[in-house]
Design a protein around this ligand. Structure first.
Ligand code: NI
Length: 179
């Protein structure tokens, strides 16, 4: 007899990935130099503090945006960060919120179409699961890579993300504790 399938397998997979990837993301946020938060590599780029805080808050904000079936176009305001503690606290809260919201979402609901609207106009429509995949997960990996380049330019030794860096040993794969 087949085991009964969970009705929230999508949520379980997303939550597992959130937890797995959070280790490397937090490791980078922990070494953001507090005295360089206003530094930016280009006049059009976000400052280091804006980028780090954006990475910190995005997962919770994305999960929260999918609580209802539609959401209005968000403001793309990138706040400046005042301190590393602020960034880390924001990350921990955001991750907790994202995991709570994802965990309570059934597969049926995860696969239901969800929309960003501007008044009567639909700006974007896709299943919640697709929005989580792209904007909650991939989006953070994009910015995490960007943060790595900021830290390199500021001469901060880089920890592993998916393998050794010029500052780590060849054995350090950055994948957390191996069993
Ligand atoms: Ni972004």
């Amino acid at each position: 007899m087949q085991a009964q399938q969970s009705s929230s397998m999508i949520a379980e997979a997303i939550k597992a990935e959130l937890e797995q990837e959070a280790t490397a993301t937090r490791r980078l946020l922990e070494i953001v130099p507090e005295d360089r938060l206003t530094w930016k590599p280009h006049p059009k780029a976000m400052s280091l503090g804006q980028l780090a805080l954006h990475i910190a808050v995005v997962q919770g904000a994305v999960a929260e945006a999918t609580l209802n079936d539609t959401v209005s176009v968000p403001d793309f305001v990138h706040s400046e960060a005042e301190s590393r503690d602020e960034i880390l606290a924001a990350f921990d809260n955001s991750l907790k919120k994202a995991k709570e919201i994802i965990s309570s979402t059934s597969d049926e609901r995860a696969l239901t179409e969800w929309k960003i609207v501007d008044g009567d106009r639909t700006v974007l429509a896709m299943p919640r699961a697709s929005f989580w995949r792209t904007v909650m997960l991939n989006h953070v990996y994009h910015h995490r890579g960007q943060l790595s380049t900021y830290l390199r330019q500021l001469d901060i030794p880089l920890p592993s993300v998916y393998g050794p860096t010029a500052d780590t040993s060849a054995q350090d794969l950055g994948l957390g504790e191996l069993p």
